[in-house]
Design a protein around this ligand. Sequence first.
Ligand code: SF4
Ligand code: F3S
Length: 107
Amino acid sequence: MTFVVTEPCVKCKYTDCVDVCPVDCFHEGENFLVINPEECIDCVLCVTECPVDAIYAEDDVPEAFMSYIELNAELAKRWPVIDHSIPPPGDAAMWAGLEDKTRYLIK
Ligand code: SF4
Ligand code: F3S
């Protein structure tokens, strides 16, 4: 199994999740993070760190976010690893809780 970053992360990118990951399997895009399914060891530590509840176990991903399973696998192959947290975007709080943010995802 693996854990998956989903739509709530788009334009929020708080990166609290990164600091607890023991195997550095987060990869950074311009306005979203993904998890490399080949590296994730299912430790669950990142799930409660995310202020916007963007991270799910692969088997529990909500129907509306199913496309993110493939997106995480695909984008992790070409985005760089991020191994420490960085400041979130200045308007992250404004985007938290908004729905239908997938159209803003920059790949
Ligand atoms: Fe990293 Fe554990 Fe989260 Fe997987 S479940 S991304 S290993 S912190
Ligand atoms: Fe995104 Fe949540 Fe991590 S907003 S960067 S999955 S802490």
